[in-house]
Design a protein. Structure first.
Length: 277
């Protein structure tokens, strides 16, 4: 079965290129301060073979920008739309309100903010919504509910964090099942080190919707990314996800457009074979 290639990270790749990613705004800083660099990165992912592109709205939230968030969010969507072919999909990112690696900071009433994000992204003209990088299952499911309520196709992506300590494979699989029950049309695992991702992908099998992964590069000394190359090694991991049935595959923190280009081999049958550790 053919694999749909997703794009790679925005924040870590902008930082690697010298674009500031200050606390609070993080990658969203580039929307108004470095739009040309942001658009160029979207275009690079398209040139690398990605056909699904996530607009840089991960931190373009009401809690960060207040009443101005919709203007900034619309600009992020427009930058992505203008940088990629019109046959490609542009998706809107809905992320945790606080920290994607600190689920204990999830607010007690996240629904209003996620409703604002979902409705604003739908109005901005995205093709679908991506509720991503949620380690707090309850907050993630609320985001999914609000995204589905817009009528747009909604994907749900959960994370177990950089050490796989925030959600077990079983817990992530259960979260994905609940997301499907609430209307998610695809489920993924994201921002888990590539070396740990297969165990999570295997828990997405049999949920009745497409599934996949976009992993991070792990620690620098793993040789998977972070400016140290590693594209073949990432491909080798991704091939095992595809062998498990994943049809949606991209990259997360520490990967680059070169990693996305390497993923094209998933549809040609060439390239690195899976590591056996």
């Amino acid at each position: 079965m053919a694999v749909t290639i997703l794009d790679g990270p925005i924040g870590t790749e902008l930082a690697a290129r010298g674009v500031p990613t200050p606390p609070g705004e993080w990658s969203a800083w580039a929307i108004t301060h470095a739009p040309a660099q942001l658009a160029a990165l979207h275009a690079e992912y398209a040139a690398a073979g990605a056909t699904v592109h996530t607009a840089n709205t991960f931190r373009a939230q009401p809690g960060v920008y207040g009443a101005d968030f919709e203007r900034i969010l619309r600009q992020a969507v427009a930058l992505a739309r203008g940088a990629v072919p019109n046959t490609h999909l542009v998706v809107g990112s809905i992320a945790p309100i606080n920290d994607c690696y600190e689920p204990w900071r999830s607010p007690p009433r996240p629904r209003p903010a996620h409703r604002q994000m979902a409705q604003a992204l739908a109005a901005a003209g995205v093709d679908r919504l991506l509720c991503e990088t949620f380690p707090h299952v309850g907050e993630g499911l609320i985001a999914v509910e609000e995204a589905v309520a817009t009528g747009l196709p909604t994907w749900a992506a959960f994370t177990a964090g950089p050490e796989g300590a925030l959600l077990s494979p079983q817990a992530l699989g259960d979260a994905a099942r609940e997301a499907v029950a609430r209307g998610a049309s695809a489920v993924l695992v994201n921002c888990v080190p590539a070396r740990l991702t297969l165990g999570y992908v295997e828990r997405l099998v049999g949920l009745g919707v497409p599934f996949g992964a976009y992993a991070n590069a792990g620690a620098v000394d793993e040789g998977v990314g972070w400016g140290e190359g590693g594209e073949d090694r990432y491909l080798a991991y991704a091939r095992r996800w595809a062998e498990a049935g994943a049809t949606l595959i991209g990259g997360c923190c520490g990967t680059t457009p070169a990693h996305i280009a390497a993923l094209q081999a998933l549809n040609t049958g060439v390239g690195a074979r899976p590591p056996r550790r």
